[in-house]
Design a protein around this ligand. Sequence first.
Ligand code: FHN
Length: 415
Amino acid sequence: MNNTKMQWFKDAKYGLFIHWGLFSLLAGEYNGKRTDHIAEWIMNYLDIPVEEYRKLAASFTAEKFNADEIVRMAKEEWGMKYLVFTTKHHEGFAMWNSGCSDYNVVKATPYGKDVLKEFQTACEKYGLALGLYYSQAQDWDDPDGYMYGHDNSRKNFRRYLDEKCIPQLKELLTGYGKISILWFDTPMDMTEAESGELADIVRTLQPECIISGRIGNGIGDYLTTGDNFIPAMPLERDWEVPATLNDTWGYNKYDNNWKDPEEILRLLLKIVRRGGNYLLNIGPDGQGDIPRQSIEILNTVGKYVRENADAVFGTKTTDLYPYDLNWAELTAKEHKLFVHVLKPITRVELLNVANTVRRAYLVRNGMELECRSRNICEGDPIVEVELPEELRQQKNYAVCIELEEEWPVFEPIRG
Ligand code: FHN
């Protein structure tokens, strides 16, 4: 793998996923029936006929949609480095001005504007890398696209590839500037040759664009983990965790199972520590408004990420620390060990860290902190950082311990 091509992704760590489409208008409910599954799957789970589902386009007015404001928040408030937008989810509706299917946001809705163009303009303005989600195999609108849970055996998938998927891919890769990720999803039964054909189109038209693991058949440029599944340890290859803030990707007015911002922060730090990227989702509603709870969570996490950027971005995976710390997460880069303090403590104590420490400071403002390394009476090495009174009541701050050695030296537990 061309490492230069992957470098921006390795550095990015934190991105915004946006699931927005006609499904957002239904908000988890159709004809009085609620879906108890992820809301963007409502067409499939409630068996909504294609002709009925298509009528939704007529009510897509998107009065509250503001691509500029979403991208500004992602960059300036939430500290994110890239964005992935659902250009065509499984429902088959194109969120750009597609020339090969009129079932698209410009031609079929009263909104009438090219949503993807608006995201492209905003991403270029704020300097956020733009990724495109494209459901390459499942297309519930096209008679020859796959539909999970249904009999696909008599479909002419080749026709769908030639007449919809490939032409649309080419439009996406030639009409919207620099595309940083082609985020394929749910390959279903696609053969290696079919996945390879799509990958070749991406690599020919935009050689720098990287391809998500979900293109299938192991030919993506990085691993996409299971949704909301976090690897327990570093992996050999680059990877990314797509994740939700509640239990759905597309907007569902009944889903209030919002995660706590502190949980999201801890998950972000775990992922970063293990060398992955966190792609965190928002599901705007039918009008394009983002749920207030999503904004609140991302604002809280974003404040931490921005104030402690040095402890998040540019960090590398190192050996695993042998103890489980319920009050902290650790990250590291050359000559620096960062302790993310997530619960109030009176002193930072890291047993079995055998480095010589140069100094320690509070990352958010550079305040010097007293630190030492020594051996405790049981014989184990320890690194300690004293905390002033005002910090002892606080949580969610990062301490940097500068090390004489390039990397943290974690000693095994000897007992
Ligand atoms: O079926 C989709 C789902 O709707 C959503 O888009 C997620 C995001 O990773 N991907 C698929 C399931 O893994």
